[in-house]
Design a protein around this ligand. Structure first.
Ligand SMILES: Cc1cc2nc3c(=O)[nH]c(=O)nc-3n(C[C@H](O)[C@H](O)[C@H](O)COP(=O)(O)OP(=O)(O)OC[C@H]3O[C@@H](n4cnc5c(N)ncnc54)[C@H](O)[C@@H]3O)c2cc1C
Length: 455
């Protein structure tokens, strides 16, 4: 364990060195505790109680808004808690909160012929990812990653290390699946249900012009509810050069990439599952098309290329049930305005909704829209933050159902992330488990307006 106080050598590195977004916050913890194990976390929470500090937590450091960096708090950094283990007798994996899903969890499980819905971006830490829901590979089929959490080990506000599952501390178990940074405790270990690794994975990637957005969106909204759940279509507006292009076709600047992944038991099955895409209204108008085998590893490399380290990010999202005719105009406007090499924006087909288990996570919709402004220059912070939040608000105004915590920054735009009933239940759990407000909870410009939904 190492405690770095404000003013000590190494404080700045401990404060923000592991924050993924190069846009670093102007917030200063009283101290950073670099924990080596569960016991250090217990010590940290007790120390915070003694000194009257609040507690913030960092696992993988991938929160866009750097939720872990809070004024005058004790920041408990769990970066060393990365151990991953798998028990073949039970099919349960255990993982430290800073384990990276795509880099550490998925490869270890694959060695046992098992899988878990890790995040699309390989470097995301399990801690933030699972606590807020977890949108991962094969998610349309196996659901939110937090649905596969069977237990968590938690250090409570009292400084006790407890197990929370369906039978014990079940209020904490309920909250650990969706509360995100509002979880009243520090999770030191996740226990995860795993699945047989599907023997085959394919991608199906079509490149289109932005002018085709309207036709594509109408068709996607029609076909989405009919697609097998193992088929995951994403329509991305991207400016990266590496998109499929037929020989002699010039890159259109911003391209529309209809990128679909599917997992299954045989290649014949995958080909059949992707057949609806052959009959799309734009077949023949594509600028390029590639279909064939892929792996979570290959896809992760592509994701990491689209969202590189070392850049500044401004990000926002919304769920929407709007019909294509309502969604297409504001979304296409946003897509036409993308103007940096890495910035991108996705339409992610999620419908039809499934019944969610009884857990805190409770807001989703037919389609997920998320936009990532990615740029190198601090002078552009205000420009891109205004743009991403204003344009997302314009989309959310007509049919927006709320947000997914993972792609939000409530210091700029707030919306609902839990159902009203679940938000009220979470408040009760927090009041009972953390009556002194030891854990910092959500970072929001308007704490009173938290979870309010305008539409
Ligand atoms: C490049 C990139 C790609 C992404 N891709 C995806 C994706 O594919 N799917 C998806 O769902 N999300 C994705 N996200 C969003 C990401 O999942 C969230 O930002 C998530 O919070 C990151 O978790 P973390 O542990 O890395 O972050 P951190 O910044 O370490 O944690 C975020 C917050 O979560 C809480 N927290 C974290 N760990 C604990 C713990 N152990 N105990 C108590 N509270 C804790 C704390 O409030 C903490 O401040 C992506 C983010 C980035 C930067």
């Amino acid at each position: 364990m190492r405690l770095v106080l404000r003013g000590d050598d190494g404080y700045e590195e401990a404060r923000v060195g592991r924050v993924f977004n190069a846009r670093r916050p102007d917030r200063y913890p009283a101290a950073v505790l670099l924990a080596a194990d569960d016991n250090d976390v217990v010590t940290g929470v007790k120390l915070a109680r003694e000194r009257g500090w609040r507690v913030s937590v960092r696992s993988g450091g991938h929160s866009w808004a750097a939720w872990s960096v809070r004024d005058d708090a004790l920041l408990i950094d769990l970066g060393a808690l990365t151990a991953v283990d798998y028990d073949p007798a039970t099919g349960i994996a255990t993982a430290g909160p800073a384990a990276q899903g795509g880099r550490e969890v998925a490869p270890l499980l694959a060695g046992h012929g098992r899988a878990f819905p890790v995040g699309h971006c390989p470097g995301v830490g399990l801690g933030g990812y699972l606590l807020q829901g977890g949108q991962g590979w094969n998610g349309r089929s196996v659901g939110w990653a937090c649905e596969s959490v069977v237990a968590v080990d938690v250090v409570t506000a009292e400084g006790d290390l407890v197990r929370a599952d369906a039978d014990q501390n079940s209020d904490l178990y309920w909250a650990a699946r969706g509360a995100g940074p509002g979880f009243p405790g520090v999770v030191t270990r996740f226990h995860l249900r795993t699945y047989p690794l599907p023997p085959h994975m394919w991608h199906d990637t079509w490149t289109f012009r932005l002018d085709d957005a309207d036709v594509l969106l109408h068709w996607l909204h029609d076909v989405l509810p009919t697609l097998d759940r193992r088929v995951e279509p994403v329509l991305a507006a991207t400016r990266l050069p590496g998109v499929p292009l037929r020989p002699g076709i010039a890159h259109p600047g911003t391209a529309l990439l209809l990128h679909t992944t599917v997992m299954g038991d045989s290649v014949d099955e995958l080909a059949a599952l992707l057949r609806p895409f052959d009959d799309g209204p734009l077949a023949g108008r594509e600028l390029g098309h590639v279909r064939g085998p892929t792996t979570v590893d290959d896809e992760s490399v592509a994701q990491a290329t689209q969202s590189p380290d070392g850049y500044r990010y401004a990000v926002d999202c919304t769920w929407t049930d709007a019909p294509a005719g309502v969604l297409a105009p504001p979304l296409t406007r946003l897509w036409r305005e993308l103007d940096t090499e890495h910035s991108f924006s996705i339409w992610y087909g999620w419908a039809p909704s499934k019944r969610l288990p009884d857990m805190a996570f409770s807001v989703e919709g037919n389609v997920y829209v998320a936009t990532y402004a990615i740029y190198p220059d601090a002078a552009d912070d205000e420009k891109y933050r205004s743009w991403v939040h204003d344009r997302t608000a314009a989309i959310a105004r007509h049919g927006g159902g709320g947000v997914y915590l993972g792609d939000t920054d409530f210091t700029r735009r707030q919306d609902r992330f839990l159902s009203d009933a679940n938000f009220a239940r979470l408040r009760e759990i927090r009041a009972k488990r953390d009556p002194d407000g030891r854990f910092v909870s959500y970072l929001a410009a308007d704490a009173q307006g938290l979870n309010a939904h305008a539409s």
